[in-house]
Design a protein around this ligand. Structure first.
Ligand SMILES: *Cc1c(COP(=O)(O)O)cnc(C)c1O
Length: 385
């Protein structure tokens, strides 16, 4: 790769994050402690204060703990889409339950509400919508159906910070659980990290216990509260999913910048949209009127009139020094999911077609205008215009 290679994703980390991480290191408290608590409180406030926020070492951990707290176990079915990252579905298997995969809506690339309703059986317990690329799924429709069948709703909001739906931030809707990711390429990052939010105090209590070995108090409480410092009780065989203060130190400052990052991503999306309007490209789904998109990903589709294959397109972009990616290789094409659940491409025509024709362009707040223009001129060059 030459030195002018433009990566597909990069975090934007400033001196505030660096100083806060150094302060965590110097404080002597590097695991879950005051900075994690502060990050949780500020995250909850960001979402309007009506939810509890629980910081974890990944979104995958959050999805696992969320399903565990919702009581998912062997014999249960959990509905989600094939057009997602494997983490959304693997956590269902962790608990011995079975995922039921449905197709996505061609407009939003999020869960197809009709397919969701058609997939409900007496064994269905939870539905996991994914806010694909950072554009909200049809949560109004989904919550209505879930209520009708008494299903629990856990949002995979890994892409959706900050995203709104019906004017409300994802994470503040009336689902049971929402889980955000702070992985390195997400809209805000802690390196590795995640946040589970819920309105339900019982779920919050269970998640807090299960994120740290099933112990009834976390380390911060144990060493600062009035109860004897050595005392704790194990009430369940829990996990080791807590966030460290080193990671939370980054998160505190990333959170403060979240709207600035989003505004920059919106600008980039607009530059792309305007430049590609005349090309045989299907542009990414726009947010519903009045709503905001996080623009975690900018996903284009090659129009049907274009003979060029997607793989060739990505290859040519690489040759021009532009990193691209594909979101996603649908789960029905991966050997484990395909073979375990007998999945075939014809069962998911929208996801399959989108997969074959789609690619994601570089999209991150640290991109300069010149970088965006380079991506645009490279796309045009590949199209020969
Ligand atoms: C990134 C991602 C996850 C997992 O996030 P981690 O924090 O890496 O565990 C889950 N679901 C989706 C859709 C993602 O993109």
């Amino acid at each position: 790769m030459n030195k002018y290679f433009l990566p597909f994703a990069l975090p934007e980390i400033g001196e505030d994050e660096v100083a806060e991480v150094v302060s965590a290191l110097r404080s002597g408290w590097v695991t879950t402690g005051p900075k994690t608590r502060q990050f949780e409180n500020e995250f909850s406030e960001f979402l309007g204060g009506a939810v509890e926020a629980i910081a974890l070492n990944s979104a995958t951990a959050g999805l696992h703990l969320g399903l565990e707290a919702l009581g998912v176990g062997p014999g249960d079915e959990v509905i989600t889409t094939t057009h997602t990252f494997t983490a959304t579905a693997e956590v269902i298997r962790y608990l011995g339950a079975d995922p039921v995969f449905v197709d996505v809506d061609p407009e939003s690339l999020c869960i197809d509400i009709k397919a969701f309703e058609a997939a409900i059986t007496p064994r269905t317990k939870v539905v996991i919508p994914v806010h694909f690329a950072g554009r909200a799924a049809d949560m109004e429709g989904l919550l209505r159906i879930a209520k009708k069948y008494r299903l629990k709703v856990m949002e995979d909001a890994a892409h959706a910070f900050p995203t709104t739906c019906g004017g409300h931030l994802i994470g503040s809707l009336h689902s049971d659980v929402a889980v955000f990711s702070f992985y390195a390429n997400k809209t805000i990052t802690t390196g590795e990290g995640g946040m589970l939010v819920t309105r339900d105090p019982e779920i919050a209590k269970r998640v807090r216990v299960m994120r740290l070995h099933g112990i009834s108090r976390d380390a911060f409480d144990r060493f600062t509260a009035k109860v004897p410092s050595w005392f704790y009780e194990v009430v369940a065989p829990g996990f080791k999913y807590n966030m460290t203060d080193v990671a939370a130190a980054m998160g505190i400052h990333q959170l403060k910048k979240a709207y600035r990052f989003q505004a920059r991503r919106e600008q980039i999306a607009k530059m792309y949209d305007e430049s590609f309007a005349e090309l045989p490209i299907i542009l990414p789904p726009q947010p519903a009127a009045g709503d905001r998109h996080s623009w975690h990903l900018y996903v284009i589709r090659l129009g049907d009139s274009i003979a060029m294959e997607r793989d060739r397109f990505v290859e040519q972009m690489f040759e021009l020094g532009i990193g691209c990616s594909v979101h996603y290789i649908p789960l029905h094409l991966h050997p484990y999911w395909r073979d375990t659940y007998g999945l075939r491409p014809e069962m998911f025509p929208v996801s399959q077609h989108v997969y074959e024709r789609t690619l994601s362009l570089p999209m991150y707040s640290a991109m300069r205008d010149a970088d965006v223009e380079r991506v645009i001129s490279s796309v045009k060059q590949v199209f020969g215009v």
